[in-house]
Design a protein around this ligand. Structure first.
Ligand code: HEC
Ligand code: HEC
Length: 320
């Protein structure tokens, strides 16, 4: 090996190490908005992520009582999606266009936002060339100011979420497959001691202060994410909860505690997701960039996906 080869091997391992460490520490959000009209667009997007279900441009597209920032947590300055835990939106814009296994297509950032609208927000996809859609993607793109573009051939996920998410999903799938009624009872107890003070014993939250986790209000409206959302999947939700909850104390639950509390929350009633209800008419429903056109998820099927029977886990027959 001559000196030049040795040198390039050393440089290569150095840059690999730098990439690995740079994707474990989430950078801060930028502090300066762009000038002029672009800055206005970014601020509009920020406002929508904070007030999604009441903002005039998006309220009719949301069918529950959530805001984007409830899952894409704010940083210490209140910038939605700039929090450091799982599901940060810092770095997200750098991965697009990206491959999506769920849709079987290459997606843009706007396509990815639309997915959270029909699943996490239980609503309707915004039309891509409307102000609301552009504003949200402008804000999320701004959050990645200065970060290197590296399109993701595996998933539509920020480099700061990717490793944690892939490893975490596997780890929690293995734990959830072994769940029993005892884990459900342990999850219920944990929910009552560590979560209910904010989210309410009935999961309904406190309007305007603490977001709802499941169920309906007195008017019969569903309160939280539907059964097609990432948060309704027993492994994905556990990764998120372990990283972010209880609020301000992310990383304090053990793996088994995070798994059990999610088993409890996701065993409660929530809106079913049937993709065909969200497809037509296109002019109203917004474009869905997908090759997969059938999907039906219920609380029951989400448990079955891990080999679990919802009736046995709950110990009753409340779930249809
Ligand atoms: C109920 C929780 C929840 C709400 C509310 C929610 N999301 Fe998400 N979102 C997630 C989760 C969980 C993921 C990652 C998991 C996945 O890919 O399945 C995600 C992923 C994303 C991504 C890809 C980023 C990445 O690095 O993975 C974008 C962009 C996004 N959401 C935008 C939005 C926007 C905009 C809103 C509001 C309209 C919103 N989300 C509302 C839970 C939520
Ligand atoms: C001190 C109050 C507090 C406690 C305790 C708390 N949370 Fe939260 N939780 C919040 C707030 C506030 C948000 C939304 C963050 C935001 O909008 O800034 C949230 C968001 C969530 C979300 C995503 C949004 C939704 O409504 O679906 C889930 C899931 C969640 N919490 C689960 C839990 C679990 C499980 C526990 C117990 C282990 C817990 N929380 C404890 C305050 C709390």
């Amino acid at each position: 090996m001559n000196i030049f080869t040795k040198l390039s091997v050393a440089t290569l391992s150095l840059s690999v190490a730098m990439y690995a460490s740079s994707t474990t520490t989430v950078p801060n959000a930028p502090t300066k908005y762009p000038a002029g009209e672009l800055g206005k667009m970014v601020k509009l997007g920020e406002d929508i992520l904070n007030n999604t279900n009441t903002h005039p441009l998006t309220k009719d597209l949301v069918n529950n009582k959530l805001q984007c920032k409830n899952c894409h947590l704010p940083d210490q300055n209140g910038k939605p999606g700039a929090g450091k835990g799982m599901s940060t939106l810092i770095g997200t814009a750098t991965v697009f266009p990206a491959w999506s296994k769920r849709q079987g297509t290459i997606q843009t950032l706007q396509d990815r936002i639309n997915n959270c609208f029909m699943r996490s927000m239980s609503g309707t996809r915004p039309i891509i060339d409307t102000k609301a859609s552009m504003a949200m993607s402008a804000y999320i793109t701004w959050l990645s100011t200065g970060l290197p573009i590296k399109m993701n051939a595996k998933a539509t996920i920020s480099p700061y979420n990717f490793d944690k998410y892939v490893k975490g999903k596997k780890k929690f799938a293995a734990i959830q497959k072994k769940a029993t009624h005892q884990n459900y009872l342990a999850g219920k107890k944990l929910f009552e001691t560590k979560c209910a003070s904010c989210h309410g014993i009935n999961g309904a939250g406190v309007p305007g202060t603490f977001p709802p986790l499941w169920g309906k209000n007195k008017k019969g409206e569903w309160l939280s994410y539907n059964t097609g959302a990432g948060m309704s999947k027993l492994n994905k939700a556990a990764v998120w909860v372990e990283s972010n909850m209880p609020l301000g104390q992310g990383g304090t639950l053990s793996d088994q505690e995070a798994a059990d509390v999610v088993l409890y929350i996701d065993a409660q009633p929530r809106a079913a997701f049937t993709l065909k209800d969200h497809l037509f008419p296109r002019a109203k429903m917004g474009y869905y960039n997908t090759k997969v056109t059938t999907e039906h998820d219920s609380v029951r099927s989400n448990f079955k996906a891990f080999g679990l029977n919802i009736d046995t886990i709950r110990g009753d027959r409340v779930i249809q």
